[in-house]
Design a binder for this molecule. Structure first.
Ligand code: ZN
Ligand code: ZN
Length: 341
């Protein structure tokens, strides 16, 4: 089969190659891929500056949905023909304190599909049945392929930050993660101020369509936040951009005893005024990846129409045009790019 292969570390080293079709081992399922989306981390994989363990050669692609084609020995709960998506956690040790308490996303030995194991930028992918989730009838393959970022947002907003009705929430970064977090915050009854860079016009407009009460950019953003909160600051900051200036804005504009959650990846050390954390008694937390329940909830909420996924998919390509798709995504012209199979 034709698959996109990252064959060595470093910049580039990615091409379409003919590879053998995989077969499911014990406890595994083989899935015919119907849709797979490009994640920001796939751009890091192409550039060779990803912080997640990789093994080469490998097929990238960890956001996907498809149909079960075959099951390996010991898989009773899934049948060929089932519509499914799958988590990117491929293996974890199963014995450390994090694994033992269900936080396998934080296992030190966690290895992921699309990084250390072959992923879904290919006609089929093999994953453990344990990490597979059924797609509700009302959810199509393209939307289901985006369960990974939606479940990340669920983990950050619902499990870690715990937003309440009436909270004023500042979201920095109107990319896919910011637009998912926005929808979860709105589902909780929050007032949301979405902030982006001047080049984010289209994404901020989409944010307004998805429920943002205010979508701001540029120099006036800070004064507007101060006015909207009457100088008290926001209750919650969800930092989704991984940009130093955005994190600084969040620490400055958060109220005393506010909750700040870091979701965006900086990719390098940054300069932040952490004195703000103690003077204001800010509760600062980070959010990484997602867990089983987040996947189930993200799919249910998509089926219910509480979380809208389709508007985030701005471009579709066949896998043969992968370079065009990656370049477009890299330039920030798309929100989400999906490969159709
Ligand atoms: Zn992803
Ligand atoms: Zn572990």
């Amino acid at each position: 089969m034709q698959a996109l292969v990252k064959f060595a570390a470093g910049n580039g080293s990615m091409e379409l190659r003919e590879v053998p079709e995989p077969a499911p081992g014990p406890g595994e399922v083989k899935i015919t891929v119907k849709a797979a989306s490009i994640c920001g981390s796939d751009l890091h994989i192409r550039r060779g500056d990803i912080g997640i363990p990789m093994r080469f050669p490998v097929i990238p692609g960890h956001e996907f949905a498809g149909i079960v084609a075959a099951t390996g020995p010991g898989v009773a709960e899934l049948q060929p023909g089932d519509r499914v998506t799958g988590e990117n956690t491929r293996s974890s040790c199963g014995a450390c304190p994090q694994c033992a308490t269900g936080s396998y996303n934080l296992c030190r030995q966690r290895l992921a599909t699309g990084y250390a194991f072959d992923g879904a930028f290919a006609p089929c992918v093999v994953v453990p049945a344990l990490r597979v989730h059924r797609i509700p009838d009302k959810v199509d393959f393209r939307a289901a392929a985006l369960t990974d970022p939606s479940a990340c947002a669920y983990h950050a907003v619902q499990e870690l930050t715990r937003i309440q009705a009436g909270d004023v929430v500042l979201i920095t970064g109107p990319g896919p993660m910011g637009l998912f977090c926005l929808q979860y915050a709105k589902a909780n009854g929050a007032m949301v101020i979405l902030v982006g860079a001047p080049r984010d016009t289209h994404r901020l407009e989409l944010g307004k369509q998805l429920g943002a009460d205010y979508a701001l950019s540029g120099d006036g953003a800070e004064a507007a936040i101060e006015m909207l909160t009457r100088g008290q600051g926001v209750d919650v900051v969800l930092e989704c951009s991984g940009a130093e200036a955005a994190a600084q804005l969040g620490l400055k504009q958060i109220r005393r005893e506010g909750r700040y959650t870091q979701i965006g990846i900086f990719g390098k050390p940054v300069r932040l005024d952490l004195d703000q954390v103690l003077y204001k008694e800010i509760r600062l937390i980070g959010s990484f990846s997602q867990k089983y329940i987040g996947w189930e909830k993200a799919l249910e909420l998509c089926a219910l129409g509480k979380i809208q996924v389709a508007p985030l998919i701005t471009h579709r390509f066949p896998l043969a045009d992968w370079e065009k798709a990656f370049d477009l995504f890299e330039r920030g012209e798309a929100v989400k790019v999906v490969f159709d199979f």
